[in-house]
Design a protein. Structure first.
Length: 178
């Protein structure tokens, strides 16, 4: 997270940020050396400054993968940051000090995606899992695929000045137009 003081200093240089929201339980943050509230406060403050936000949650089995916690994360994003805030649900793979934790089951990613969509989020993406269409940006009005991706590779961008070419809906974000 970034403190309000640091954000005040660099806000004129910061157009966008992708912030990790690792969990929605302070106990989980404390277990790994942090605290939840400063992250939430930082996200809300960045939003108030007009910084484009995207949120990433690495879903870790046994740590932050329960439905209630994912609902809390999705609810916070929708209510506090807005339904147009992208949520990147990222698959965990064992590494470093967590080699004994299994990879995130694919079903859990789909469950998290469904939770995000049910909370009203318009842009929910998979990370660390290549599933056709689950990294694409789709118009929330007409369903047109606007930006097609494969992993981090951009395959196609149909955006016209941040608008859907099919129905004219404004698609919020930064750097979306060709």
């Amino acid at each position: 997270f970034m403190s309000k003081e640091m954000l005040d200093v660099c806000q004129s240089y910061l157009n966008a940020a992708n912030v990790d929201l690792k969990a929605f339980r302070d106990q989980t943050y404390r277990q790994f050396g942090g605290r939840l509230q400063p992250v939430l406060d930082s996200l809300k403050f960045m939003k108030s400054l007009g910084i484009w936000l995207e949120v990433t949650t690495v879903v870790i089995p046994g740590i932050n993968d329960e439905s209630g916690e994912l609902e809390d994360i999705a609810g916070f994003i929708a209510e506090e940051l807005g339904i147009d805030t992208p949520w990147h649900i990222t698959r965990f793979f064992p590494a470093y000090r967590m080699e004994d934790v299994p990879p995130t089951p694919i079903e859990t990613l789909y469950q998290a995606r469904d939770i995000g969509l049910a909370a009203g989020l318009r842009y929910v993406y998979f990370g660390n899992f290549l599933e056709k269409g689950k990294q694409d940006t789709v118009c929330p009005n007409c369903g047109e695929v606007l930006i097609k991706r494969h992993g981090f590779k951009l395959l196609e961008n149909k955006m016209l000045d941040n608008h859907c070419p099919s129905c004219g809906t404004l698609i919020p974000g930064i750097g979306l137009a060709d």
